[in-house]
Design a protein around this ligand. Structure first.
Ligand SMILES: Nc1ncnc2c1ncn2[C@@H]1O[C@H](COP(=O)(O)OP(=O)(O)O)[C@@H](O)[C@H]1O
Ligand SMILES: [Mg+2]
Length: 349
């Protein structure tokens, strides 16, 4: 296990981020007793032009999950599986076509105007490319001034002090020097720290972190994850941590949810999922991860991308699945509970 995490993150497993994972189920339940996010049957669609005319792709199809207060849910899947679309729907950068997104007890799936503005103080998103999400002609302090002023109403000395506090909190020091820098004068890790500081300025309860370390050097990845974990402890933050990499999901996530073709394949506590992967797709992902406890390669029947068109039938993984039967092409497997904390959507797992 330690080799598994080390190889992908360049850290030793014993220096793991100190998350709330524990082998004691009761303690686990107690830790996340209160739910912050409750998403049910979420679906997003986009119109596309095809040879048959205008159709819809549905990259997120009836996905349900919860995130507890202070919990990290890791969302894992290969490129195109719908991870970013779920993240964008959760922070309401886009509106779902159906389903509920309950956050702090309120359904925000279709809110607009001032309600949506208010929701920005609860849910924030951090993107994969910190350079792309920062303004090249603004200094570090100008990136923070606006959200801080808007949220706290402070200005002058009070605003300046709050800014110093925030920069210190994300490790952008010495703060006086950092405040005057432009994004191009920062390293990749420092830019991501600034993006995190900007998200924190409004004191959110939930952060959607969309592959926040995948563009960073391996040597600084663990530092960013440690920072995010420290902020979770200090501020009681919850995260939807999006990644294509099971090792970092295991390292930072309390639970892992595996997505394929816009549908949830499997979800369990991180350790449990890595030790006892049940879905053929999870096993395939694990077999492809260096140092993983599951050895492969597993046979695949094709390397076709999944069909994302609205109205598709059966399991999206069926065309690639080594366990496929006729049923898989026609009947969509329901999410089955193996035990209270491990669910899988497969006819054969
Ligand atoms: N605005 C859009 N219009 C049409 N298709 C889209 C749009 N946004 C995303 N998609 C499609 O949705 C699928 C899932 O995308 P995405 O959520 O970005 O996946 P991931 O983050 O897992 O790589 C992809 O096939 C993508 O092409
Ligand atoms: Mg993405």
């Amino acid at each position: 296990m330690s080799e598994f995490v080390e190889k992908s993150l360049g850290v030793s497993d014993s220096s793991s981020v100190g998350k709330n994972n524990t082998n004691d189920g009761d303690i686990y339940k107690a830790t996340f007793i209160s739910t912050l996010v409750n998403v049910s049957d979420l679906a997003v669609h986009f119109p596309v032009k095809t040879r048959e005319g205008r159709q819809f792709v549905r990259p997120v199809d009836e996905v349900s999950f919860t995130i507890g207060k202070g919990e990290v849910l890791a969302l894992v899947g290969e490129s195109g599986s719908g991870k970013t679309t779920i993240g964008r729907a959760l922070v309401r950068i886009l509106e779902p076509v159906s389903g509920c997104i309950e956050v702090v007890g309120r359904d925000v799936a279709h809110i607009r105007g001032s309600e949506l503005k208010g929701y920005r103080n609860i849910a924030q998103m951090i993107f994969q490319d910190p350079f792309g999400s920062l303004n090249p002609v603004k200094t570090v302090e100008r990136h923070l001034q606006f959200p801080l002023h808007k949220h706290t109403g402070t200005q002058g000395v009070a605003l300046s002090e709050r800014m110093n506090q925030l920069l210190d909190q994300v490790g952008l020091t010495p703060v006086a020097e950092m405040r005057q820098k432009y994004p191009h004068e920062l390293s990749g890790g420092q830019r991501q720290r600034l993006a995190i500081a900007r998200a924190l300025a409004v004191q959110p309860k939930l952060i959607v972190a969309d592959e926040p370390i995948s563009m960073l050097d391996v040597s600084i990845r663990a530092g960013i994850l440690k920072l995010m974990n420290q902020l979770r402890t200090e501020m009681g933050l919850s995260y939807l941590y999006i990644t294509h990499d099971l090792a970092s999901a295991r390292y930072f996530g309390d639970r892992i949810m595996v997505l394929y073709g816009g549908r949830m394949m499997e979800t369990a506590r991180s350790d449990e999922l890595i030790r006892h992967p049940m879905h053929p797709y999870t096993r395939l992902l694990l077999a492809a991860t260096p140092g993983s406890p599951v050895t492969g390669p597993l046979p695949e029947t094709s390397n076709q991308p999944p069909n994302l068109l609205e109205g598709r039938q059966g399991c999206p993984f069926a065309p690639r699945c080594p366990l496929v039967t006729q049923e898989c092409h026609t009947a969509q497997p329901e999410l089955r509970e193996l035990d209270a904390r491990h669910q899988v959507a497969c006819h054969h797992a």
